[in-house]
Design a protein around this ligand. Structure first.
Ligand code: RB5
Length: 151
């Protein structure tokens, strides 16, 4: 399994620790930056990079972290094919995966602890997409994406 990961300055430390957590699960990590948490990076470009990798199936999923997870999730969802979900607790991530099959997980480093981020990540990785009646709903989202192109 291969996961792309990125953050802004606020999420940098959490990103670095999550890389170690993923490596312990023998997951290959593609770090899309930044290389330091010293100064605010161009986080929209990082969100774009991670979301593009996930949407294109170059990786099995993406993780984006900023202070709240809000900026990252908004930016990632502009990428066609990305289904980014902001999950700062366990209930959301359970359904974000089983019903919506999010391919980009966004979290807020100023809201949750490292341990909670690891628990959320574990659920996202381990819970399967339910498929079935949820597939046409995701299809509708894809159709909306096409409909809004150029608007
Ligand atoms: C950075 O101060 C903060 O605005 C950012 O990390 C994020 O929360 C934006 O959504």
């Amino acid at each position: 399994m291969r996961i792309a990961i990125g953050s802004d300055h606020a999420g940098y430390d959490m990103k670095e620790q999550l890389k170690g957590f993923l490596a312990k699960r023998s997951i290959e990590v593609l770090d899309c930056g930044p290389d330091t948490g010293d100064k605010p990076p161009e986080y929209v470009a990082i969100a774009k990079h991670v979301a593009q990798q996930a949407a294109a199936g170059q990786v099995d999923g993406g993780i984006l972290i900023c202070g709240t997870g809000i900026g990252m999730s908004i930016a990632a969802n502009k990428v066609p094919g990305a289904r980014a979900g902001l999950c700062n607790e366990l209930f959301s991530v359970k359904y974000a995966k089983s019903d919506v099959n999010i391919n980009v997980l966004c979290m807020g480093s100023r809201i949750i602890s490292q341990r909670m981020a690891e628990e959320i990540t574990t659920l996202w990785l381990d819970i399967p997409f339910s498929g079935g009646r949820f597939i046409p709903r995701l299809q509708k989202i894809s159709e909306l994406e096409v409909e809004m192109r150029g608007c």
